[in-house]
Ligand binder design. Structure first.
Ligand code: NAI
Ligand code: PYR
Ligand code: MG
Length: 376
């Protein structure tokens, strides 16, 4: 198969779809790989390393999209990229369609086969291609929160760890999955006072087993959110209903009731955000203030530590990517229901139910079962 990797074009996005090590795996399996000129240079993967791994360097994204049978990326395709996709071509990347009607329309119009990393599943009810970036974003969320709690960055001037004689800052994590667990690890490491809310009791039990008395676990009710958000110095939004738009758990009133100079980090912003006042920001301009509360809502947080993130992402995407290339996308998806769960759009049909639930009425979309779609 001919695989193409364009340079990422989202704001301050330096990750790249394939590392040189991953390229070597593809070329050793007999595939050809095209890499856009300097696609990985910013994170220390130069053209020579890709050439040594067996890739060819190509001057433009246009040429990659025109020639490749499968496009491997990191972020959702930007409008100019969507317009270059075509029927018969496979796109393998993050999509996050439910909160993004424009991209959904463009992918439907393209006719391409679009597999979303974030909805591929595994046998333990996990999301194996989202997990590595959730680990990164969860760990970064506390780092970002601590930074913006500093006075000079708009915060209340609170040190999360406190010092002997002064109580630590209070961190509220809403959603105790991969992001939430990794946020908790960092916050505990800094010495903060950590509370995790989740609406899954089994998950709260697991968290209690992992962290014991280093955290408080609380069942996620409106009351709990009212109480803990009003006391918090830092709130981290880490909920997910797979593929769907995030539920708005903090209202405008919650934000107004928070302490002046507290910070909210809405990691779930890539699914539309779980705070009513959230709007996506960029690494270049990451924060804004509502009712005295600093909001950090960067939709591609792992892009900030692009080298670590690219390697972590490739560890997870490689086995599925190889299956897509070795067997051909349709056979690979027929053979593996977990990979099939990643299919969101195929030949103009939306094949992921939560996307149709979010956008069907607005865009006039009808849901089609993924297996039926690839067999049509
Ligand atoms: N902004 C960014 O750069 C990044 C964002 N993300 C996003 O972070 C979010 C979380 O991802 P993961 O931790 O991997 O998901 P996950 O599926 O591991 O965890 C989500 C947790 O939220 C809980 N939950 C769902 N509804 C809830 C509610 N109403 N109240 C309390 N808890 C609730 C679930 O029970 C689950 O434990 C996703 O939207 C993901 O796309 C992930 C990586 C990077
Ligand atoms: C998960 C995601 O969207 C990201 O890593 O940018
Ligand atoms: Mg206030």
């Amino acid at each position: 198969m001919l695989i193409g990797v364009p340079k990422e074009i989202k704001n301050h996005e330096y990750r790249v779809g394939l590392t040189p090590a991953a390229v070597k795996e593809f070329t050793m399996h007999g595939h050809d790989v095209l890499i856009e000129d300097n696609a990985g240079l910013a994170i220390g993967f130069d053209n020579d390393q890709y050439i040594s791994a067996g890739a060819s360097i190509v001057d433009s994204a246009e040429e990659i999209f025109a020639r490749a049978e499968m496009i491997v990326k990191v972020k959702e395709p930007q409008p100019d990229e969507c317009k270059m996709l075509r029927e018969g071509q496979t796109l393998y990347t993050y999509l996050h369609l439910a909160p993004d009607p424009k991209q959904t329309e463009l992918l439907v119009a393209s006719g391409a086969t679009c597999i979303a990393y974030e909805t591929v599943t595994d046998s333990r009810n996990g999301l194996p291609l989202l997990a590595p970036m959730s680990e990164v974003a969860g760990r970064m969320s506390v780092q970002a929160g601590a930074h913006y709690l500093e006075k000079a960055h708009g915060g209340s001037g609170t040190l999360l760890g406190g010092v002997p004689g002064v109580a630590p800052g209070k961190v509220l994590v809403i959603g105790g999955g991969v992001v939430g667990t990794n946020a908790a690890k960092m916050a505990i490491g800094m010495g903060a006072d950590v509370t995790i809310l989740d609406r899954s009791l089994p998950r709260l039990r697991e968290l209690d087993d992992i962290f014991a008395n280093q955290i408080k676990t609380v069942y996620s009710t409106i009351d709990a959110i009212d109480y803990y958000s009003s006391k918090a110095d830092l709130v981290i939004g880490a909920v997910l209903v797979p593929g769907a738009a995030a539920p708005k758990l903090l209202t405008r009133e919650h934000i107004a009731n928070m302490k002046e100079g507290s910070v909210v980090v809405d990691v779930a912003i890539d699914q539309g955000g779980c705070f009513a006042t959230s709007k996506a920001t960029t690494h270049q301009d990451p924060v804004y203030v509502v009712d005295g509360v600093v909001h950090y809502c960067v939709a591609n947080m792992p892009g900030g530590v692009a080298r670590t993130s690219t390697m972590a992402l490739n560890n997870a995407t490689l086995p599925f990517g190889l299956a897509l290339a070795n067997k051909g996308p349709m056979q690979a998806m027929l053979d593996d229901p977990h990979l099939l769960n990643g299919l969101n759009v195929h030949k103009g049909k939306v094949t992921y139910k939560a996307v149709v639930d979010a956008l069907g009425e607005q865009l006039g979309l009808e849901y089609m079962d993924a297996k039926a779609a690839i067999q049509m």
